[in-house]
Write a new protein. Structure first.
Lengths: 116, 112
């Protein structure tokens, strides 16, 4: 199984809603990532978990709250989002993070989020 | 900081070869990657090359790396309409632990 599965595929939410994005992988990878991608732009790193601990937070606003319940699952909790947060949210995983390691990322197909 | 540059558009005829170019600035690059993104999908890793290599071939894909000029290219032989997508160049380095630096992406359009 070389898949990263993300749910839901599409999400529409109001600015006062609370929702969660989910990501799952069964490749035994110990690093998991959240990226945000605007149309026709490169993905922007948001968070990195390594061995279920938050390793990198790219100064993301607190209305985005990541969670890694176990080595296979990654969640992104959303609260009080703004319309400019509308984007494709991509989850990725890699074997692990090490200096000079080949960080081959495997991406999910993303959640297309619209904030009204 | 690190920077990765790509040309934004490339248009080719079906059956021709496509060459997508990328330049980077980080001297500490370890691996360089090519990702493909089709509409409505995530990024798919196509191929990668270690920074000490000059060339890597994988079926229709050929990656060339000129480390002195910090120039990377992806050649797709016999380009098909299914190759139409956005192609991202990315690099990892010893100074960007856990992070990839992506280029802006090249939109490849293949005409019948």
């Amino acid at each position: 199984d070389t898949e990263v599965t993300q749910t839901p595929k599409h999400l529409v939410m109001g600015m006062t809603n609370k929702k969660s994005l989910k990501c799952e992988q069964h490749m035994g990878h110990r690093a998991m990532y959240w990226y945000k991608q605007k149309a026709k732009k490169p993905p922007e790193l948001m968070f990195v978990y390594s061995y279920e601990k938050l390793s990198i937070n790219e100064s993301v606003p607190s209305r985005f709250s990541p969670e890694c319940p176990n080595s296979s699952l990654l969640n992104l909790h959303l609260h009080a989002l703004q319309p400019e947060d509308s984007a494709l949210y991509l989850c990725a995983s890699s074997q692990e993070i090490q200096k000079a390691y080949n960080e081959k990322l495997f991406f999910g197909s993303g959640t297309q989020l619209s904030v009204l | 900081g690190e920077d990765v540059e790509q040309s934004l558009f490339l248009s080719v005829r079906e059956g021709d070869s496509s060459v997508i170019n990328c330049t980077y600035t980080d001297s500490s690059s370890t691996y360089l990657y090519w990702y493909k993104q089709e509409p409505g999908a995530g990024l798919q890793l196509l191929t990668y090359i270690f920074s000490n290599m000059d060339m890597k071939q994988d079926q229709r894909l050929t990656v060339l790396l000129n480390k002195k000029d910090k120039h990377l290219s992806l050649r797709i032989a016999d380009t098909q309409t299914g190759d139409s997508a956005i192609y991202f160049c990315a690099e990892s380095s010893t100074t960007s632990y856990g992070k990839l630096t992506f280029g802006q992406g090249t939109i490849l359009t293949v005409h019948p």
